[in-house]
Design a protein around this ligand. Sequence first.
Ligand code: ZN
Length: 365
Amino acid sequence: MTMQTLLTELMMIPGLSGHEGRVRRYLKGKLDPLGLPTTTDRLGNLIATLEGDKAAPSVMLFAHMDQLGFITRKIEANGLVRIERLGGVPERALPAHEVLFSIGEGRDVPGLIAHKSHHATGQDEKYKVLPYTELYVDAGFQSAADVKAAGIDVGTPVVYRPNVSVLANGRIAGTSVDDRAGIAVMLETIASMLDEPHRPTIHFVFSVQEEFNLRGAVTAAQVLMPDIAIQLDLVLATDTPDMTARGDVRMGGGPAMSLYSFHGRGTLNGTLPHPAMVKLMEDSAADAGLPLQRSAHIGALTDNSYVQLVGQGVAAIDMGFPMRYSHSALELVDIADLEMLHRLLTEALPRIGPQFILDRDAFEQ
Ligand SMILES: [Zn+2]
């Protein structure tokens, strides 16, 4: 299966935070034929461990299965539905978008986030962003009883209606590229590591509830107690006019590593990568002839912020693929970047052997 096919399949599966079951079952279906045993913890993290050299530091490689979205908040008597947001939902990019009530395979219900008729939009409303609390979903129902009969109730998960568009130059746009693209790279990396004779023990964790303020991966880390943690997720591409001041990450320019992340808007956390991991990625990219981009900015963070604090501390790094238009229903990624990220990991992981040093004094000037 090509990376594009794999990513497309993953993007079409609804998996709101706390409701990742359908993604997890898909992944189990991929891992079982490889003979790789998996476990699922009580939060829903799917964990597969590939045993390796016991003298080498152990690795937790992880990506999150969940996506942001909404929860049904109220069903109006006239059959319209109010929704509550779950995760960093961009309110100005919601009206006129399609959504899906994620009820169960074959039972999902499509709907749309209503956009006030243009002919009735006053001059003062034209450039105003409506708070999500004023929006409603129209799924065609005419009464609350109809809504409930379709299986929708308070608490029912809602996601952007899954969609994938193939654009020019191997670029893909659609829903939940964050972080199904990371999941696709993980699956390819597992396949590459199965036959690799020189490898550390690697715990592959498909985590839950990342978009619900970074919940799942830390629970997995508390049990696995890895020495090293590598998270796969998006890195903000900055090669559009609205983003140029933030950095130099180009779409198609290859994988990227984060040298600094911090989120100062409610979640006071971030990640400063372990210097051994930065050097590992730099050396691996150079030797494999792969480009490696660098990212450093505030405003975003990953599960690694919490994973790095487990036990005596975990040597952490965030590795990613450049992505545009984050958290909208049309996120954009370049397949070539995913393939290069996979190649970089395939080069880097076997280098984590018994001699791999995590002593900071060996690195810090
Ligand atoms: Zn993400």
